[in-house]
Ligand binder design. Structure first.
Ligand code: CP
Ligand code: NVA
Length: 307
């Protein structure tokens, strides 16, 4: 049987994604009750990080520990990956020693190549193109606060980046309507907008895009690797700052999410994270539970599941 990877949200069926987020909520409850559940004793997660991280590293490492397994942090600085050992060779060797791997890197093609040569499941922990783990946590968080997201309206404000592309795939897989509002020249890949036109629309005016939305979400103006563009981007993105006033235009039950880290005074106003409609701290915590559910799903044939 071929190995299942999680490169983007299309690697799972909608039913599998729903099952993972519902399991994530159950795992959250179990963790909060102090229930010990160790299906991964003797299992190892390899974590390859070519970019910085707070949430992703901690959630994967803590999650693996809570499951009774072990995680190894691998950075290009301290491994042969940083000295040019081919991806194909690295994938073969690393996957021969661990049970599951997560990768945070730049080019999505690099992740695809690694997957091709890995004998164990590989999880995309962010590439320049997609951040699917964050979407699992976001969908779990919406569900926990408001129930099903099917048929709802979600507004993406800001850069058409890896998070925006992940929201486009989520709209297709979870059945919501996505409005994208981004400055000219920073829209998501037009091919994605075209392919998913049944569930995605581009709206020029950010205030108009917010009207009636059930979820408003944004991200930094300059992603990792784009630091030199920060000044130019700050000028172009200024009208796209999300504030409580923007949320006032949305549905009365609107939620606000941000994958974090957030820059107050840039993509969000200084007061936004204190607004009761913001659920960013739950969203961040849910990275832990969602990824535990994801790893359990990917390794289900190797472990004893609890009910
Ligand atoms: N949201 C997110 O992926 O955060 P980190 O970059 O801290 O992992
Ligand atoms: N778009 C951001 C997400 C960080 C979690 C980046 O790629 O840097």
């Amino acid at each position: 049987m071929s190995v299942r990877h999680f490169r983007n949200l299309l690697d799972m069926t909608p039913a599998e994604l729903e099952a993972i987020i519902s399991r994530a909520s159950k795992l959250r409850q179990m963790q909060q009750c102090g229930e010990i559940y160790r299906p991964f004793v003797g299992r190892t997660l390899g974590m390859i990080f070519e970019k910085s991280s707070t949430r992703t590293r901690i959630s994967f490492e803590a999650g693996m520990g809570q499951f009774g397994g072990h995680a190894i942090f691998l950075s290009p600085k301290d491994t042969q990956l940083g000295r040019g050992e081919p991806i194909e060779d690295s994938a073969k060797v690393i996957s021969s020693m661990v049970d599951i791997i997560m990768i945070r890197t730049f080019e999505h093609d690099k992740l695809d190549l690694f997957c091709k040569h890995s004998s164990v499941p590989v999880i995309n922990a962010l590439t320049d193109d997609f951040h699917p783990c964050q979407l699992l946590a976001d969908m779990q968080t919406f569900h926990e606060h408001r129930g099903s997201i099917k048929g709802k309206t979600v507004t993406w404000v800001g850069d058409g980046n890896n998070m925006c592309a992940s929201y486009i795939l989520a709209a297709h897989q979870f059945g919501f309507q996505l409005r994208v509002t981004a400055p000219y020249g920073f829209e998501p890949n037009p091919k994605l907008i075209e392919e998913y036109s049944h569930c995605v629309t581009y709206v020029e005016d950010p205030q108009e895009a917010a009207k009636g939305a059930h979820l408003i979400t944004t991200d930094v103006w300059a992603s990792m690797g784009q630091e030199s563009e920060q000044m130019t981007r700050a000028r172009r993105f200024a009208p796209y700052q999300v504030s409580p006033a923007m949320l006032d235009k949305a549905d009365p039950d609107v939620l606000f999410m941000h994958c974090l880290p957030a820059h107050r005074g840039e993509e969000i106003s200084f007061d936004l994270l204190n607004d009761p409609r913001s659920v960013v701290w739950d969203e961040a915590e849910n990275r832990l539970h969602a990824q535990k559910a994801l790893m359990e799903f990917l390794l289900k044939d190797k472990i004893n599941l609890s009910s």
